[in-house]
Ligand binder design. Structure first.
Ligand SMILES: NC(=O)c1ccc[n+]([C@@H]2O[C@H](COP(=O)([O-])OP(=O)(O)OC[C@H]3O[C@@H](n4cnc5c(N)ncnc54)[C@H](OP(=O)(O)O)[C@@H]3O)[C@@H](O)[C@H]2O)c1
Length: 324
């Protein structure tokens, strides 16, 4: 038997139940990964609460790192003991182990620890596609990145800075603002207290920015549109404060012929080749010292509810991991 979290009904953290379940056997094309560290991500909260509904009961968690401990029929190129990580479904990473498709695996370089990989994979691959593909940032540009002291934010802002970009971040407290400044942000706006659009206009000589990366959603969406230069791109990639609803495309015309995209990692890493290309960029950025991952919160596997509660209440910075 092994321990695994299950969600039988959508709701708050108390709906996460840790159960003893039979150790799953990998089917054809699958492997079982014995987890050494598990990543905690905001999407796990959406899955648990039902903002992104899942067929129930369900496992929970999309990201972990560990060693392969069983290999299914027809799997080539992977064997027991290989150090790997994955970021993607089916949910079930909050567990001692999980069965995933072999094609989802990323091989870990020796230089990357299990904890680093669990903290980095989903957030780092996301940063990679947002900065290189959704809107390929260019040296000398100024960009706006919301929740700059968060898990994705700290990685992405360091990376953007290393690419020669001037980064304006937002953060929820002075302490988070300081951390964001130490991790790539040239300027930080305290978005609960300051008018974000006016500050961005001030900081860009009135022009606005060519791109806004907005993972906060409902609370920041309107202000983000007001920060953009004509024909700028609004990248709405998350909903930490709630989902954006009731949007009329006419507003894009009124605010400067803007573009809007709502990207997700799954569509930028939909094949093993795409996923590996993003992982190569991520490991290369790590190797060059462009990014460091801040694992600021470690919990035992049995403390997943506390980990999610702290993330949802804006009490965390950087990444949180569960240790089985
Ligand atoms: N589309 C994709 O492919 C993709 C992939 C990965 C992650 N994401 C999204 O990226 C975002 C960041 O994920 P993460 O796991 O790294 O989380 P995180 O940024 O560490 O945590 C969310 C942060 O959002 C800010 N926030 C502002 N208003 C909030 C509110 N009402 N409730 C909660 N948080 C609020 C908080 O920072 P302050 O206190 O500084 O405001 C909080 O720390 C999430 O929205 C997630 O869904 C999207």
């Amino acid at each position: 038997m092994m321990r695994a979290y299950r969600v039988h009904k959508h709701g708050d953290e108390s709906f996460l139940t840790l159960e003893n379940v039979p150790v799953p056997e990998p089917g054809p094309g699958e492997v079982r990964v014995a987890h050494r560290a598990v990543g905690v991500n905001f999407i796990d909260i959406y899955h648990r609460s039902g903002l992104y509904p899942l067929p129930l009961p369900t496992g929970i968690g999309l990201e972990a790192a560990g060693e392969i401990d069983a290999v299914g029929e027809g799997v080539e190129g992977w064997r027991q003991g290989d150090r790997v990580a994955y970021a993607g479904g089916p949910p079930g990473a909050y567990a001692d182990g999980h069965v995933v498709k072999a094609e989802q695996l990323i091989r870990l370089p020796e230089s990357v620890s299990f904890e680093q990989a669990a903290a980095l994979m989903l957030k780092g691959l996301t940063s990679a596609y947002l900065l290189h593909e959704t809107y390929p940032v260019k040296a000398g540009e100024t960009i706006l990145w919301h929740a700059a002291a968060g898990g994705v934010g700290l990685i992405a802002c360091q990376w953007a800075k290393a690419l020669g970009v001037r980064v304006i971040g937002t953060a929820g407290s002075p302490a988070k603002a300081e951390l964001a400044r130490a991790n790539g942000c040239d300027e930080v706006i305290l978005y609960d207290r300051e008018d974000v659009a006016s500050r961005v206009r001030e900081l860009t000589g009135g022009r606005g920015v060519p791109v806004v990366y907005d993972s906060v959603g409902k609370d920041t969406f309107d202000a983000s549109l007001d920060c953009l230069a004509p024909r700028g791109l609004m990248v709405s990639y998350g909903n930490a404060s709630g989902a954006v609803t009731d949007f009329s495309p006419l507003r894009l015309a009124q605010k400067g012929s803007l573009y809007l995209t709502r990207p997700t990692l799954a569509h930028y890493a939909s094949t093993p080749a795409e996923r590996q290309a993003l992982a190569d960029k991520l490991f290369s950025a790590l190797d060059k010292g462009w990014i460091e991952v801040a694992i600021n919160h470690r919990y035992a596997l049995s403390e997943a509810a506390s980990a999610q509660r702290a993330l949802a209440r804006r009490e965390t910075t950087g990444a949180s991991v569960l240790i089985p």
